[in-house]
Design a protein around this ligand. Sequence first.
Ligand code: MG
Length: 369
Amino acid sequence: MRIEQVDLIHVQVPLVEPFRISTASVDVKDAIICRVRSEGIVGIGESSPMSGSFYSADTPESCIDALKKLLIPRLLGREISGPQEFHDVMADVPGNFFAKSGLEMALWDLEARRLETPLYELLGGAGGEIPSGVAIGIYDTLDALLHRVETFLSHGYARVKIKIKPGWDVEPVSEIRRVFGDIPLMVDANAAYSLADARVFQELDEFHLTMFEQPFPGHALDDLATLQSMIETPICLDESAETLESIQRAVSIDAGRIVNIKLQRVGGLGPAVTIHDYCIAHDVPVWCGYMPELGVSTAYGIHLSTLPGFTVPGDIEPSLRWFIDDITDPLIEMSSPGKIAVPDLPGIGFELDAKKVEKYKVWEESFRG
Ligand code: MG
């Protein structure tokens, strides 16, 4: 396919309520929609950074800069054999995973539409439905948290994850267990602790959670391995799982027994499938993480989650759980309680809603090769 045109559209959609984690809070969702045109077919992707330093160092500004100056010039006018070649073309551009994933996704959509096949078939996955787990942020009071848990359980979510930070950990978990019993429950620290806090995780170990997600900073693999040796609950890697090499090292020293695969963090579907294949060969369950993202990026997570190694419910949730609106047609919605249907249409099976893109657009630029 020859890449003839790339459009970047920066959109901002307000969140239903602020999302607070151990590192920051956010109330507007930024996304850079990447629309790639080749031989009369258009593929769409989403580079989905958060403003500020919410999850990673990637921001809307840094992603737009990388897309305009580093990535699009390497792709425009070039003839490539398919989406797999994207990472060869970008081999001399280190990092910039959030920016890369938006463009790379669009190439997968293009290829699947060209072949008139659903994306999951191209990836080697299955159709049907995927489980939807809910992620719940940090609140000022336990009552506010318990109220959210009750509401989301009534929606049928396949598991509950709460965000924790020092001072907001054992008590909220204990209260959820007391009120809601033995529900599938996990915690995500977003790297807020150190080995000096091991006692917190030893206490949490008593509550039989499905996993502890990223207790320590991403690079602290040795400390994570030490913690894992002290507790029964499996540690799940998120911020530590940026590259296949970091995951291989973590698995080899037992610093993590479950991997959260985030498309944005690893740079797109190609690296995500490679990580999946490594994990399945090493009996490491994986699930699809989410930050949250708008509907385009979420659609890729839905297709990815049909691969056989995705044996644990992920974070993928309906559009309106997080946002007042979304830019895809249709919106991401549950197809049955706690489940989301995988579209059987060509490509990702979702289109951009032109009116909503216009409504939430803050900037747009086109590049032709
Ligand atoms: Mg996480």
